[in-house]
Design a protein around this ligand. Structure first.
Ligand code: CAA
Length: 263
């Protein structure tokens, strides 16, 4: 899907309408260095603009989704370097640039920034034995890519506080029970199959409706309930202006499969 050659990523299209972005920095357990994040942002920008792609799967290896921000890169940073270069801010492009749904398929370590990257996904799938955690406290620092906010919203204050203050790891099994992960799978193979099947299902729907659905669900994280419900209704009303709403409802009446125009 993307002609660009990446050093730290593999980008493929294993199913119709699906892009798979695989973090590939095996010698550092996919530690998220600035060059890796720059490539990730470039690939997501490309995927976002690619009309043939409807959904993205972001994954790592069986051993590591990502073991965090690159500690060797961070160690010598000064406050003014971190502040003036807005260190870590570019990671948020995953949540701002990409209008298409992104499923994180997490196997192995998802620690620190790796856990935070997974938490930025629209849907999180993992293996039951995946190893999540926010161990920054052990390095004399704190989460810096949204962990204290997204993990707390996902699992509540007391649990998040315990994990962030102790650095204790939690399993994929716990992640599923707490609702951080939508599903956990017994093996890496089952995880990838599950993630790609869900991505293919999503990619088979109207792009306009899928993007609108992602947008309104995300708004629920920022808006009060009354404002959120009103926002949803506005976007719902606006979809009566799309071709695909007419196509989808006509196909239902005619007992046919809809052929989406994606408009
Ligand atoms: N940054 C840089 N390099 C890393 C790394 C990281 N986050 N995690 C692992 N690596 C490197 C190791 O240094 C090692 O490289 P060398 O062979 O050159 O020494 C290689 O990856 C393999 O790692 P290990 O030998 O440690 O592998 P292991 O299987 O024994 O242990 C592990 C695995 C438990 C994940 C361990 O590597 C570890 O604890 N990693 C650090 C996890 C961490 O603290 N992450 C949080 C980072 S801070 C952060 O992310 C800030 C933020 O909020 C944005």
């Amino acid at each position: 899907t993307d002609p660009t050659k990446y050093e730290f990523l593999q980008v493929t299209s294993p199913r119709p309408g699906v892009a798979q972005v695989t973090l590939h920095r095996p010698r550092a357990l996919n530690a998220l260095s600035t060059p890796l994040i720059t490539e990730l942002n470039a690939s997501l920008t490309h995927i976002n603009a690619s009309p043939s792609i409807g959904c993205v799967v972001l994954t790592g290896s069986e051993k590591a989704f990502a073991a965090g921000a690159d500690i060797k890169e961070m160690a010598p940073l000064t406050f003014s370097q971190a502040y003036t270069t807005s260190f870590i801010e570019s990671w948020s492009q995953l949540t701002s640039t990409l209008k298409k749904p992104l499923i994180a398929a997490v196997s192995g370590h998802a620690l620190g920034g790796g856990c935070e990257l997974a938490l930025m996904a629209d849907v999180l799938y993992c293996t039951a034995s995946a190893n999540f955690g926010q161990p920054e406290i052990k390095l004399g620092t704190i989460p810096g890519a949204g962990g204290s906010q997204r993990l707390t919203r996902a699992i509540g204050k007391s649990r998040a506080m315990e994990l962030i203050l102790t650095g204790r790891f939690f399993s994929g099994d716990e992640a599923e029970r707490w609702g951080v992960a939508a599903r956990s799978f017994p093996t890496h193979e089952a995880l990838m199959e599950g993630a790609l099947a869900t991505a293919e299902t999503i990619a088979g729907y109207s792009r306009v409706a899928v993007m609108a659905a992602k947008e309104v669900v995300n708004k629920s994280q920022d808006l009060a309930l009354r404002d959120g419900v009103e926002y949803e209704r506005r976007v719902f009303h606006s979809l009566f202006g799309s071709h695909d709403q007419k196509i989808g409802m006509k196909a239902f009446a005619e007992k046919k499969n809809p052929e989406w125009s994606h408009e």
